[in-house]
Ligand binder design. Structure first.
Ligand code: F6P
Length: 319
């Protein structure tokens, strides 16, 4: 292993820059040449590759986004695109590739490894939807961004004695919604893994009002439906004024938290070590506080499950 490359792919996540920095500096420290690939797999296919130095990752540890840029690449899903990617890696003499991204990006890594490329995946997504790892890079920061917004919405919601439906990201995984509902003291959380019953929701809201609750915060994961639609249905049924807030892409940006920076740094270093040890087709993650690695096929076959204990806790504590 003499020359490795790193790319970021899929939706960006705070902490991706800290991971890039760790790969570059740790790799150089171990005597490797480290290349950066711009724009994810799309850039790989187009040969957008350049050498990185210790200096090229200066002053990025605190920044959100990714200095390498990112993309969702349809071409990588075709056989032709994959062949082009392998070819480019060969032309540049790259022996190993580190992919920072979510499940879609890992599928690309899986295919490339089957085509003979040494690949290691780093979990970079705010969704926290990769079952093999307790946490993904960016989740903690996104959670704190959501929490900050919920705190503010709670103020105005209390003043007006309204229902506030707050829509958060997470596609098929309700972790951002679930964890932020507990941390933010929300009255109700709605996640794709569980769904909801509109009449039950309205009953809970009305009962809360009767018991003297000043506001009702409902955290809705985007995969279940739209906040606007839900807020207007709630208002119609309960007669309580309701407002919707869609947090959107603010959840993807901002300074990464210390947790995400440290996680990203540790995972980046482990990924380099694995390539040096001649390992391939693996992903790195964190379990019970320890950095772990696992076969990529096994990791992708694991189904992300909702934390039942937290879901129940959220219900009990919201009463
Ligand atoms: O996967 C990360 C994520 O932020 C999801 O939570 C969200 O559904 C999606 O990406 C949004 O994607 P885009 O960047 O294409 O708007």
């Amino acid at each position: 292993m003499k020359k490795i490359a790193v790319l970021t792919s899929g939706g960006d996540a705070p902490g991706m820059n800290a991971a890039i920095r760790a790969v570059v500096r740790y790799g150089i420290d171990k005597g490797l040449k480290v290349m950066g690939v711009r724009r994810g797999y799309a850039g790989l296919i187009n040969g957008e590759i350049f050498e990185m130095t210790r200096h090229s990752v200066s002053d990025i540890i605190h920044r959100g986004g990714t200095i390498l840029k990112t993309a969702r690449c349809e071409e990588m899903k075709t056989e032709e695109g994959r062949k082009k990617a392998v070819n480019v890696l060969n032309v540049f003499g790259i022996d190993g590739l580190i992919i920072i991204g979510g499940d879609g990006s890992f599928k690309g890594a899986q295919v490339l490894s089957k085509l003979g490329v040494a690949t290691i995946g780093l979990p970079g997504t705010i969704d926290n939807d990769l079952a093999y790892t307790d946490v993904t890079i960016g989740f903690d920061t996104a959670l704190n961004t959501v929490l900050d917004a919920i705190n503010k919405i709670r103020d105005t919601s209390s003043s007006h004695e309204r229902v506030s439906v707050v829509e958060v990201m997470g596609r098929n995984c309700g972790d951002i919604a679930l964890y932020s509902s507990i941390a933010g003291g929300a009255e109700k959380v709605i996640i794709p893994e569980k769904g909801y019953d509109l009449n039950d929701l309205c009953k809970t809201i009305l009962e809360g009002k009767r018991r003297g609750k000043l506001h009702n915060l409902v955290i809705l994961a985007e995969g279940v439906g739209g906040a606007k639609e839900l807020a207007s249905k709630v208002e119609e049924i309960t007669g309580i004024e309701s407002r919707a807030t869609v947090l959107g892409h603010i959840q993807r940006g901002g300074h990464p938290s210390s947790f995400d920076r440290i996680l990203a740094s540790r995972l980046g270093a482990r990924a380099v070590d694995l390539l040096i040890e001649g390992k391939s087709s693996r992903v790195v993650g964190r379990r019970d506080g320890a950095i772990i690695d696992m076969d990529i096929d096994e990791a992708l076959s694991m189904k992300s499950e909702v934390n039942e204990e937290l879901y129940e806790l959220s219900r009990i504590l919201s009463y």
